[in-house]
Ligand binder design. Structure first.
Ligand SMILES: [Zn+2]
Length: 321
């Protein structure tokens, strides 16, 4: 303002405006001009959108019942809505902690990280971005732990890392976990959440489908159980490989599970799809999965299944068996 009117600036006007600036804030509501950025920015925030009224990291709004949930309470409830039982996404480490006995989990291949074998555009940047959290180094965490009285090989996928996609590292970590399970005669449990094979690694990703299933075939030859747990969402290359070859396949309630997306299927078949298409409930009814288990009951249910499945294993290994 003053620069534009430099010609007139030698008059008394500049002094008047300076005086007004000093007194106005005390007498009137904050002016709409942006002189005091420090004071105004936080106050303008809430009026812009409803979302910003909620301080980040304290509250979560349930997408199903719209209830505001206090983060701490949500965490204590294993990220399940206290009102409508909606299952929020949960990270691999939280998942593992919710399943194993305290301090019984030993991670394997923790430092294995992905390369960019095809120099796929933007892949390296995305890897760096998702590595920043420092929580996990790829889309799966694997290791040995105890569930109830049973030692198990346990893998949990993490959707927050590149959509839980299966590239070379995810495939290799899972294969090593299964092979370790075979060697140590342990049951294997894999909790999946994935958008499918990692397209940034092209054929290398697709090969993981055969590799994981091959390892599971050797595991099965030893008559060892593999339990696949499907969580929201599990799709494509993961569903077309290890996730659907479990001796038992269980899923969380209302999880979206499928191979191709519903829109693609609808366009291809040119037909209306049922409202609950590609949900756990639909797949249970049609026989693809064996049970739907709520997150809070997953640990005790797995214990129950392991008791049953491993009792047969003990008989096989005993001399009389
Ligand atoms: Zn809810």
């Amino acid at each position: 303002m003053t620069k534009q009117k430099d010609g007139n600036a030698t008059t008394t006007f500049p002094k008047k405006t300076l005086g007004a600036e000093a007194t106005e804030p005390a007498l009137t509501p904050p002016p709409t001009t942006s002189n005091n950025a420090f004071v105004k920015k936080p106050r303008l925030g809430p009026s812009k959108s409803r979302k910003r009224e909620i301080p980040e990291g304290l509250w979560n709004k349930c997408p199903r019942c719209s209830t505001l949930l206090y983060d701490k309470e949500l965490d204590e409830n294993l990220k399940v809505c206290l009102h409508c039982q909606h299952h929020f996404p949960i990270g691999a480490r939280e998942r593992i902690n919710s399943l194993v006995e305290t301090c019984s989990f030993t991670e394997i291949d923790a430092d294995m990280t992905s390369r960019d074998p095809l120099s796929f555009p933007a892949y390296a940047d995305k890897l760096v971005r998702d590595l920043k959290s420092g929580v996990r180094k790829d889309a799966v965490v694997t290791g040995l732990g105890k569930i109830g009285a049973h030692r198990v090989g346990l893998g949990a996928m993490d959707f927050a890392f590149l959509g839980g996609s299966m590239g070379s590292v995810v495939g290799e970590k899972l294969t090593r976990l299964i092979e370790l399970g075979t060697e140590k005669k342990l049951p294997v449990i894999i909790v999946s959440t994935s958008g499918g094979a990692r397209m940034y690694e092209g054929m290398f990703s697709l090969m993981q489908m055969a590799k994981t299933c091959g390892a599971l075939a050797y595991h099965a030859k030893q008559r060892l159980p593999f339990i696949s747990v499907l969580t929201d969402p599990t799709f494509a290359g993961v569903m077309a490989s290890f996730a659907t070859v479990g001796d038992l396949i269980i899923a969380e309630p209302a999880a979206r599970i499928g191979f191709a997306g519903a829109r693609v299927i609808k366009d291809t078949t040119q037909s209306e799809l049922p409202a609950d298409f590609q949900t756990s409930e639909f797949l249970l009814e049609h026989g693809l999965i064996d049970a739907i288990v709520a997150r809070k009951e997953l640990k005790t249910t797995l214990e129950f299944y392991l008791d049953f499945l491993m009792s047969g294993q003990k008989k096989i290994q005993s001399p009389t068996g």
